[in-house]
Design a protein around this ligand. Sequence first.
Ligand code: ADP
Length: 277
Amino acid sequence: TKFIFVTGGVISGLGKGISAASIAYLLKESGLRVTIQKFDPYLNVDPGTMSPFQHGEVYVTEDGTETDLDLGHYERFLDQNMCRENSCTSGQIYNAVLDKERKGDYLGATVQVIPHVTNAIQERFTAILEKNDYDVVITEVGGTVGDIEGLPFLEAIRQFELSLERGQYANVHVTFMPFIKTSGEIKTKPTQHSVNKLREIGIYPDIILCRTERPMMDTSTRDKIALFCNVRRESVLELHDAFTIYEVPLLLYRQQFLDVIQKYLNVTYKKEVNTER
Ligand code: ADP
């Protein structure tokens, strides 16, 4: 099984969920068995108690689990039902760790974020594989890089990747590139900062998806991001605002996303994506 981790930088509400779902769609259409899961840094055990005005719809899966609205995107893009294992929150992780602590399972150890919480998170990265086998598991981490809440998840990704071989995982970072109207420029600095923050934590993005308002990324901008963010040129892709979100997989496809990710994941596609659908 291969793993893709999707993180977001600069601002929230960027379209991280849509991007992750679009990646899942393309890989599934290439004949791979794919699933996608969402890890949310908030302490609510599930979003069932959160105001929809603040958080958007609570998406209820087939098995009755109350989950994040991104699971709705996943189901619609993948045409696959999600379940309890596809959604995890910090609240669930801490609940599990504290339960174990009360039962004495840690045998007198001082219970800490590292390693106990990060170990519990890593166990959840692969828990989905106990139900079904998949070629690729995509994990989207909620929130934005730099948030205190998200740190244990990012640290768990770093540790998890250390236990894998090269070619078993890829890191995708979704960032925002603002266009400054008055100077007529597209700005890469926020992306550079966000990637630096991620690298400080020990996660090295392989692919950078730049959200822009309009198609506007030229060769020099792409080169600049590649140089400053330490990624290959062809790994810098642009996702402009689409007319409908169902166009996003096509935007990725046209920029050779499948060839790019194949280099990192070492997967063999079983069929061609049908772009007419
Ligand atoms: P995040 O997971 O980063 O919080 P979402 O994936 O939930 O963001 O997307 C936020 C909003 O932006 C959604 O309403 C979604 O429909 C819209 N959106 C995402 N990507 C695009 C895009 N490329 N073009 C147009 N709208 C988009």
